[in-house]
Design a protein around this ligand. Sequence first.
Ligand code: SF4
Length: 328
Amino acid sequence: MASYVKSLGQPTYRGKQIADWLYVKGAREVSEMTNLPEVLREQIASDAAITRSRVIKESAAPDGTTKYLLQLSDGETIESVLLPYSDRTSVCVSTQVGCRAGCLFCATAECGLVRNLTAGEIVDQVLTLQEQGGRRVTHVVFMGMGEPLMNMPNVLKAIHLLNDEVGISMRRITISTVGITPAIRKLAELDLQITLALSLHAPNDDLRRQLIPISEKFPLPELMSACKDYADRTKRRITLEYLLIAGVNDAPEQAAQLAGLLRGVMSHVNLIPYNEVPGKPYKRPAREAIAAFRSVLEEAGIEVTQRMERGHSVSAACGQLRRRTGLT
Ligand code: SF4
């Protein structure tokens, strides 16, 4: 922004004013930037357009979790979720329209990859949900539609904008990935202090390949070594997400195998009982099966959390609202 306004013969502080309008005040029109000279507003309006999304559907659960279906400027739709807590406000954002990772349990996977989101479209989701919720967003999780590490340049640009301009600390930003090993290595080199969450979902390559077809390209030995290096280098513990699906990956022997896989990796396991998707054959395990799985991990000295159940009634698993609305 500073070099843009300089190229127009304007003082550089005008660039900061424009960034404030875009990222702090969430302006949707250049005409709202009332502290800029009119001639500059006209110049900006002729050089660029502010492309913000439009809420076309929302679905709220009694706990306040609200899922939004947003329409982008080219008519494509994405989902974002607002999660208000008493002490913080999280948003879960999408990074792609569709996804090509192909996870068998996921509604988004069905439409394949349509396109990457731009950095602006990613930041827009945070600003839009902030407006909708009427409260400042404190935490951002890249866990909506799409695989963030397959849109790395735009995701990194969005992270820097969120940190530098919107004011969200790196430590409050989480990237959730199915495990794109070379991208995790690259991320480690950048040493950004963001949290890395790996969607593991299976304790061995055979089962992982079945559940997450793209994982065939990224076998577990190299993937776990990249995660270990990430944790060692950034001194940040990795979160290992494990979706528990009845009769598929919830046996105590699989928990023991998982414990073996995690030896030496600074991490903790977050168990997520499967949120059933209409049309998918997978079921949520019984409470006893979840407890048994958890205790095998804990006995092996692994720290385990269980994802708080929020937004069950709003199709909170990614891709479900879009599919229910017939916009896939
Ligand atoms: S779970 Fe995530 S990575 Fe897998 S297909 Fe769905 S959106 Fe893509």
